[in-house]
Unconditional design. Structure first.
Length: 361
């Protein structure tokens, strides 16, 4: 859309600047949660640590690409509205690729949780395959989105926007369905687990359900808002900026959602300590399977392994301390004195001396 003088309308650029500030603040949460995780969970397995490190690295790359892209639009092309008609491919395309990868990794993480919670359950493969299929469709559409945008980089902005709207829409809708499916599945599984647990465990499971619902609603809300604000305006000339930010909010929100699930384990396990039989459950279902396993050697103070055990027979050694005034005794004399009944001779045999005896336990 152009202004009255034929130049592109710049009304949306202010909103983009606000979005950058919000994205930077959320990236700060990523840094804080990553530091919290590394400090409080040093005993986690190497796979989980690599996952956290990879997500932090990818989110950092995304933040740098955002800064580079906005530097090009807001600084290098300051007071140049015509730049909104150009595709800043140096940062836009890599940003979209990184965002698609991050979203897919996080979705697969929660799908893996569903797989573990459905151990020895009928329909395990079918239920997880459905979620994985939607996640894969979303990722594939995201890569098609970036490929089409790259191929049309030298075309007019109108052709670029009209060419990527189908793949962009499929990506958003498939991601939204995947997140909704994951949220509902986890809530149903955890709800069913409450039937097999003690009363104390139900409180922890209820807390897990609340966390799951909040995480799912946040991500679904972000995906829905992105979709309804993207599709109706695809024909607008300044939507190239919104096309760049199609994955912008959701990418870092996904990372923080995963880190929040990892970091909440300490809080839940602290609540567990007050209940001795908290983890009563059928063999096929474990609340801990929702929380990634830790290889820490620390012992839970309420675990059976740490409960006091009855001690075996304890031997008490009784020794006799012999003090002889004015006479130094060697080892042989001490052994002889140990058998004496209070009277012994010094080594030179000159005098008899009364021995002071004391029993020490």
């Amino acid at each position: 859309m152009s202004g009255h003088n034929g130049t592109p309308d710049t009304a949306a650029i202010g909103g983009v600047f606000v979005e950058i500030i919000f994205s930077t603040l959320v990236y700060g949460c990523t840094l804080a949660q990553t530091m919290y995780y590394l400090w409080n969970y040093p005993g986690d397995g190497m796979t989980l640590k690599i996952l956290v490190g990879a997500l932090w690295f990818l989110d950092t790359i995304r933040a740098l690409l955002v800064v580079d892209n906005e530097w090009w639009y807001l600084v290098r092309n300051h007071a140049n509205p015509a730049s909104l008609e150009d595709l800043q491919g140096g940062a836009t395309i890599p940003h979209c690729v990184v965002s698609v990868i991050v979203i897919y990794i996080v979705q697969c993480f929660f799908i893996h949780n569903i797989w573990k919670l459905l151990a020895q359950k009928d329909g395990r493969i079918v239920l997880t395959s459905i979620a994985l299929a939607f996640a894969t469709i979303s990722a594939a559409a995201g890569f098609v989105f970036t490929y089409e945008a790259t191929g049309l980089a030298n075309e007019s902005i109108f052709r670029i926007l009209s060419g990527v709207i189908p793949s962009g829409s499929i990506q958003s809708v498939a991601a939204l369905i995947t997140d909704l499916y994951i949220t509902v599945s986890l809530c149903v599984i955890l709800r069913a687990a409450k039937t097999y647990t003690a009363d104390g465990a139900q409180a922890v499971l209820s807390q897990l359900i609340i966390y799951t619902v909040n995480r799912g609603l946040l991500i679904i809300f972000v995906q829905f808002i992105q979709f309804i604000t993207y599709v109706p305006q695809w024909h607008d000339v300044h939507m190239i900026v919104d096309m760049f930010h199609l994955h912008e909010p959701s990418c870092t929100v996904y990372v923080n959602a995963l880190l929040a699930v990892l970091n909440v384990r300490q809080h839940l396990r602290e609540r567990r300590q007050a209940i001795s039989m908290l983890w009563e459950r059928p063999a096929h279902l474990s609340v801990d399977s929702y929380l990634p396993e830790s290889t820490s050697t620390e012992t839970d103070v309420m675990s059976p392994a740490s409960r006091p055990r009855s001690l075996g027979p304890v031997g008490i050694l009784v020794t006799r301390e012999v003090i002889v005034d004015g006479c130094e005794l060697d080892i042989e004399h001490v052994e002889a004195l140990a058998n004496a009944d209070g009277v012994s001779l010094c080594s030179d045999g000159i005098a008899d001396m009364r021995l002071a005896r004391s029993n020490t336990v």
